[in-house]
Write a protein that binds this ligand. Structure first.
Ligand code: GRG
Length: 294
């Protein structure tokens, strides 16, 4: 465990230094855009996607630096999605990571624009990375595809659409989780495989691992929405029930959700076992996601 925590800390520090360097070169105008853009990016967060991407790169025999800019792009897309998700037109949240949400700090219009700016900058970083060659084009494409109309946006659209719809069931619930949450985690896991031109079988296994990790991550989030609290989560809990969300707990009940979470964890561990790499960090990460409290 000590080794895991040290390594996780190392990955987070690597990410923060990449982010700091990027922000040092950023001079946005007007000042309110400069502030709102930095506010959400620097506003904490677990950085799970960069951590997973760096761990995946090392597992495959590479190093975090090889994918650092793509990890930055992915975290920027994630950050934009949280800003937009918190808006009154979507989840209408006042707090994120224990601090005021972007629209509470800067107003709705500026929050929308901060999100737009983050998304566009993320693509700009991806385009720069494409100059490194064919494999980076593939990796950048995966990030864009999984974040967009065939990924996170589709999941969020379905999430909004099915809210309060009691006819919707398991298929709709799985569509939402796969697209809204798992595809971003799949990008984090599989980007290094694409960058290193891993064979198709390995890339497929990495994607499958990312998918199951994403489902595990989301189902834990749904459980925490019922069992967690503001102090550790930094956001309002109990919203899935009041807003009649198609969350795992609402669809399957708590006991079944816990059983599913254990199943996703076990599938993740099995795939890691089947992969021909040293995966102790990733194995502990899976266990930590299962047991997480924030
Ligand atoms: C607005 C296009 C658009 C998408 C929004 C991210 C998202 C999609 C919705 C947020 C609500 C939610 C529960 C999403 C599932 C993914 C998830 C658990 C996001 C929170 O990610 P964490 O826990 O956040 O990694 P931190 O704060 O640690 O970065």
């Amino acid at each position: 465990m000590q080794n895991f925590l040290q390594k996780q800390d190392e990955y987070r520090k690597t990410f923060e230094s990449v982010l700091d360097e990027y922000l040092q070169g950023l001079h946005l105008k007007p000042e309110i855009l400069n502030e709102s853009f930095r506010y959400s990016l620097q506003n904490g967060g677990k950085r799970i996607r960069p951590v997973v991407m760096f761990a995946s790169a090392q597992m495959l025999g590479g190093k975090p630096a090889d994918v650092a800019n793509l990890a930055l792009a992915l975290e920027m897309i994630h950050t934009y999605s949280l800003i937009h998700d918190d808006l009154p037109a979507m989840d209408n949240d006042d707090y994120r990571r224990g601090k005021l949400t972007s629209h509470k700090m800067f107003g709705e219009g500026q929050a929308i624009l901060a999100g737009d700016a983050l998304l566009n900058e993320a693509y700009s970083i991806c385009f720069e990375e494409c100059k490194k060659g064919r494999t980076y084009i593939g990796a950048s494409h995966l990030i864009c595809k999984n974040a967009g109309a065939y990924g996170m946006i589709a999941g969020q659209a379905a999430d909004l659409y099915f809210q309060g719809n009691f006819e919707a069931g398991r298929a709709e619930q799985e569509f939402i989780v796969l697209n809204k949450t798992a595809k971003m985690i799949m990008s984090a896991v599989a980007v290094p495989a694409l960058v290193y031109d891993a064979d198709e079988n390995i890339t497929g296994m990495m994607l499958e691992f990312g998918k199951n990790l994403g489902f595990l991550f989301q189902i834990t989030d749904d459980i925490l929405d019922v069992c967690g609290n503001f102090a550790s989560l930094g956001k309002t809990t109990g919203k899935d029930a009041t807003e009649q969300k198609l969350s795992a707990v609402n669809v399957y009940g708590m006991d079944e959700s816990i059983r599913f979470a254990d199943e996703y964890r076990d599938v993740c561990l099995k795939i890691l076992n089947d992969l021909p790499y040293e995966s102790s960090f990733m194995r502990t990460l899976v266990q930590m996601v299962r047991k997480r409290e924030n």
